[in-house]
Design a protein around this ligand. Structure first.
Ligand SMILES: Cc1cc2nc3c(=O)[nH]c(=O)nc-3n(C[C@H](O)[C@H](O)[C@H](O)COP(=O)(O)O)c2cc1C
Length: 206
């Protein structure tokens, strides 16, 4: 698939077929992630892969607790919602299933620095900025492979709890969970607000 085609076709998908992604394909996607730019030349990134139900249940157990109260709020606010609210209406009930039902869950970890969770300037966030370059490379590679990804950001203590149960070193942080799989044929279409470059470019001065 051509690069621009992958960029335009990439979507966050939350419903998957049962088919299993072969390990060689998974490795190609992780290798694409490893080509991302890195703030410190060190590429201090590690990937925990969950394939079987038991491993997934152990790592994903903390998601359920966080989403139930949010679902109650959504039920009250989503009637005739904006596009953003409609996206939440599709996304929120799927936060657990979109990972449990994915062929693989990828947990990308980055090595943290002392300033990363208490930033004093934008560059304190460099480890987080770098891992997001990795994540986007993987999303595009997955799209080029005919696959798709779901993603969830761990809320509150979730990331730390996941890191503990899977045995990650203390100085490694989880920026998001990624579900990888073959997109389901009957997945809901989530409408996006569309912008063109002309709407966003400021030549010379804002
Ligand atoms: C930083 C970030 C956080 C996100 N958090 C979540 C999340 O917790 N759960 C979820 O289902 N999707 C999450 N998403 C996916 C967005 O909902 C999605 O990217 C957005 O609706 C645009 O859709 P598209 O990626 O299909 O173009 C997140 C995306 C980003 C970039």
């Amino acid at each position: 698939m051509e690069l621009y085609e992958a960029i335009y076709n990439r979507r966050v998908i939350r419903d998957f077929k049962n088919n299993v992604v072969p390990d060689e394909v998974l490795k190609r996607i992780i290798n694409a992630g490893l080509q991302a730019p890195t703030h410190d030349h060190l590429r201090n990134w590690e990937f925990v892969i969950l394939k079987n139900m038991e491993d997934k249940e152990r790592a994903l157990q903390f998601i359920k607790k966080g989403t139930e109260p949010q679902l109650e709020i959504l039920k009250r606010t989503l009637v005739n919602g904006t596009l953003q609210q409609k996206m939440y209406a599709v996304a929120m009930p799927r936060q657990y299933s979109m990972l449990m039902n994915a062929s693989h869950v990828i947990l990308p970890f980055f090595k943290s620095t002392s300033g990363v969770l208490k930033p004093s300037c934008v560059s304190s966030l460099n480890p987080i900025s770098s891992i997001w370059c990795v994540i986007e490379n993987m999303f595009l590679a997955a799209t080029a492979e005919g696959l798709a990804c779901s993603m969830r950001i761990p809320v509150g203590e979730e990331g730390k709890n996941v890191a503990d149960v899977i045995g990650a070193p203390e100085n490694y942080l989880l920026p998001c969970y990624i579900g990888l799989g073959y997109p389901a044929d009957d997945k809901p279409e989530v409408e996006q607000v569309q912008y063109k470059a002309e709407d966003k470019i400021h030549f010379g001065k804002w």
